[in-house]
Design a binder for this molecule. Structure first.
Ligand code: FAD
Length: 326
């Protein structure tokens, strides 16, 4: 079977790897310059930030086996510091996620996971698919290239318009993605707290997740005597300020960060605002509902099982199995 996959995020890479390992031919089309999708890394000067998923917690799922057994583990880090909670003013003792789980990241950035998963696959980068052609003699085509099956692997709202181009609309309407404003901050301040991230579980405070990148992957994310932080803002704040200027978002975020961590955090030497329009799904749709039995045009992503790296990967595995059964 010759299968086209649109999107080289976790879901798309999982589909392509599984099919290829079973002897099928796959071509992955990716609009960006790198694989991984929302498992993304941004390098600015001497700093390295995970601008999307800051840690990977596969909880014994298929992705964990891949990470530890099938892929190169040389840059793999098991994060040894815990997550703590904050209330906007103080760091609370305890209060992080109560379920014990192994958290992973990669020394050079979590994009490494996408790079490792993409090894050996035919990925066409900087190739944005605008439409799917449906030739009269069957199958599907992308940019004139024919496939017996096609998998659209991206956020539901983007998948919807591509599916419509194939005149094959799907009931994906319950899935809405929330935006997330993410700040990548580099400070000329040493900071090595007894935690690697702070979470605000009530989603009442604008700063819902603060990842101390330089504490998570010591020696890899910031120069000696410096620190790298990734701050993710909550859904309400992100919606309200999505179109605001970078300066305003930075000013408000740094004021909150300073209130929480102290005065060294009011003047970063690196400050970049990343706008995720589709960060996490607010609802899911079952694989069966999104993909009627018998179709060879599948849609998949983290909106099937939930907005996490390992769940996006798992959804890709489900799609590959379905294609092999069909
Ligand atoms: C800010 C943020 C923080 C997160 N934190 C965590 C975390 O700590 N832990 C965790 O497990 N998960 C986290 N997640 C969620 C996790 O990153 C996602 O659930 C998962 O990566 C989604 O994978 P996917 O394959 O479904 O979609 P995506 O990663 O979005 O992949 C879709 C791919 O399709 C490509 N594409 C889109 N349109 C086209 C087109 N027309 N043509 C070609 N290619 C196209 C995109 O460029 C992208 O590479 C976070 C996400 C965000 C945004």
């Amino acid at each position: 079977m010759r299968v086209g996959v649109i999107g080289a995020g976790m879901a798309g890479l999982a589909v392509a790897r599984r099919l290829q390992s079973q002897g099928h031919e796959t071509v992955v089309f990716e609009k960006s310059v790198a694989p991984g999708g929302r498992v993304a890394t941004r390098r600015i000067g001497p700093y390295t930030f995970d601008s999307g998923a800051t840690s990977i917690t596969p909880r014994g799922m298929e992705l964990e086996k891949f990470i530890n057994k099938d892929l190169d583990t040389s840059g793999l880090i098991v994060i040894d510091k815990p997550v703590r909670a904050h209330d906007g003013v103080r760091v609370l003792m305890g209060g992080g996620p109560s379920i014990p789980m192994t958290r992973y990241c990669y020394a050079e950035g979590n994009v490494r996971l996408g790079e490792l998963l993409a090894e050996g696959l035919d990925v066409r980068y900087q190739f944005e698919v605008g439409e799917i052609e449906v030739p009269a003699d069957g199958g599907y085509a992308v940019n004139g290239e024919s496939f017996e099956a096609l998998v659209v692997a991206m956020p539901a709202e983007q998948a919807r318009s591509i599916l419509e181009s194939a005149r094959d609309p799907r009931p994906l309407t319950p899935v809405k993605f929330r935006p997330c404003l993410t700040l990548l901050l580099g400070f000329a301040v040493a900071f090595d707290p007894p935690y690697h991230a702070l979470v605000e579980t009530e989603q009442a405070h604008p700063l819902t997740w603060i990842s101390v990148e330089s504490s998570k992957a010591p020696g890899h994310r910031a120069p000696e005597g410096h620190s790298a932080l990734v701050v993710q803002t909550g859904a309400d704040y992100s919606r309200r300020r999505f179109e605001a200027t970078d300066d305003l978002i930075a000013q408000e975020t740094l004021a909150e960060l300073t209130r929480l961590l102290g005065s060294g955090f009011d003047s970063p030497e690196v400050c970049e605002v990343k706008r995720w329009r589709f960060s996490l799904p607010e609802a899911t749709v079952s694989f069966e509902r999104a993909n009627p039995l018998g179709t060879r045009l599948l849609a998949v992503g983290d909106w099937i099982l939930g907005g996490r790296t390992e769940l996006a990967f798992e959804a890709g595995e489900v799609a590959a199995r379905r294609l092999m059964e069909t």
